[in-house]
Design a protein around this ligand. Structure first.
Ligand SMILES: [Fe+2]
Length: 301
C-alpha cells in the first residue's frame, strides 16, 4: 500500500512538472541553430576533400538543425569542360552526404557551367550556365520556413554579353521576392546570396578609397535592399569574398561568412582561418560565431 501511494504521488508530480513546464518547453523548441558555410571550393587537389570532411565532422558535432551553403560549393565549373564540371559536382555530392542535418544550397559563380569562353563549352549545351547546377543541386532561387523564421535563397549572378559574370538579381526574382516576402507576413527573414549586397571588403582588402567592382557586389543591391527593408528582414548571409564581416544597416545584418576553404585551401586569408558560421536563433534574435574547424595546410611531401 505504501508503495502504491508513493507511485501515485510520483506520477502526479511527474504530470504536474510536465504541465507547468510546457510553455517554457514550447518556447525553447522554437529556438534553433544552423550553420552557414560558404566558399567550400571542393576539389581533388590541395587536400580540399579531406579539409571539407574535417569541417563536416565539426558541423556534425555541433548538431545544427540544418546547414545552409553560401555558394562556390565546388572549385570551378566556369572555365572547364563538361567532364571536369561533372566530376566536380560528383565529388561535392558524394562528400556533402556526410552532413547529418538537412542541407540547403545557394549557387555561387563557380557553380555556373561553361560561362567562360576558354571552357570550350557552347552556350547551346543543354546544361550550359545555371542549368547544370539546377539539375544537380537545387533551384537557383527558392524559400523555405524553419520554425518561426522564413529563409530566402537568391541567385545574385548575372551574365555579361562577353561571357563573364557580375553581381545582379534579375527582374524575375525581384517580382517573386516581393510576393514571397508579402506571404511571409511578419516572420523574421534571413536571406542567403553568394555575391554580397553590402560589404566593406574592398576597403580592407584593396584600399580605403576603393569601391567594390561589378564582380564583387550585387550591382542592383539597392533595389533588393529596398524590398528587404519593407519586411521583417533580420540578416543577409553572403559569400564570395572569402572575408568575414558583419555590417548592420537599417536594422539588417549583412554578414559575409568567411570561407570554408579560406584562401582556396592554401592557408589563411588576411589572417582568417578556414571556417563557417554557427548561428543561434532565439525568438527574433540571433547570435553568430565563426567556427575554425582546425584545418592546417599540410606541407607537400
Ligand atoms: Fe569563392
Amino acid at each position: 500500500m505504501k508503495h502504491l501511494i508513493y507511485l501515485s504521488v510520483s506520477i502526479f508530480l511527474l504530470f504536474s512538472c510536465t504541465q507547468s513546464s510546457k510553455p517554457q518547453q514550447e518556447s525553447e523548441t522554437e529556438d534553433f541553430s544552423f550553420v552557414f558555410m560558404t566558399d567550400i571550393h571542393i576539389t581533388e587537389e590541395r587536400q580540399a576533400t579531406e579539409g571539407f570532411s574535417q569541417a563536416i565532422d565539426t558541423i556534425n558535432s555541433l548538431n545544427p538543425d540544418f546547414v545552409l551553403t553560401g555558394g562556390d560549393n565546388i572549385m570551378d565549373a566556369l572555365a572547364v569542360s563538361y567532364e571536369a564540371s561533372d566530376s566536380a559536382y560528383n565529388l561535392y555530392e558524394n562528400t556533402i552526404k556526410q552532413v547529418n542535418a538537412p542541407v540547403y544550397t545557394t549557387m555561387g559563380n563557380h557553380e555556373v557551367f561553361g560561362l567562360y569562353e576558354r571552357s570550350g563549352v557552347s552556350p547551346s549545351h543543354e546544361e550550359y550556365g545555371k542549368k547544370l547546377y539546377e539539375n544537380r543541386l537545387a533551384k537557383r532561387y527558392y524559400s523555405f520556413d524553419y520554425k518561426d523564421w522564413h529563409f530566402v535563397v537568391l541567385d545574385g549572378i548575372g551574365f555579361t554579353e562577353d561571357r563573364h559574370y557580375y553581381g545582379h538579381v534579375d527582374e524575375e526574382q525581384l517580382v517573386w521576392l516581393k510576393k514571397d516576402l508579402e506571404a511571409a507576413g511578419d516572420k523574421p527573414i534571413a536571406v542567403s546570396i553568394h555575391i554580397p549586397l553590402l560589404s566593406i571588403g574592398s576597403q580592407i582588402m584593396q584600399s580605403p578609397t576603393q569601391g567594390m567592382d561589378a564582380g564583387s557586389i550585387v550591382t542592383n543591391a539597392n533595389e533588393v535592399r529596398e524590398i528587404l527593408e519593407q519586411h521583417n528582414t533580420k540578416l543577409v548571409l553572403q559569400g564570395h569574398l572569402h572575408f568575414l564581416e558583419d555590417i548592420e544597416y537599417n536594422g539588417i545584418h549583412y554578414i559575409t561568412g568567411g570561407a570554408v576553404s579560406s584562401q582556396w585551401w592554401q592557408g589563411q586569408r588576411f589572417g582568417m582561418e578556414e571556417g563557417f558560421l554557427k548561428i543561434d536563433v532565439k525568438g527574433e534574435d540571433f547570435s553568430w560565431k565563426y567556427v575554425d574547424f582546425g584545418w592546417e595546410v599540410k606541407e607537400a611531401s
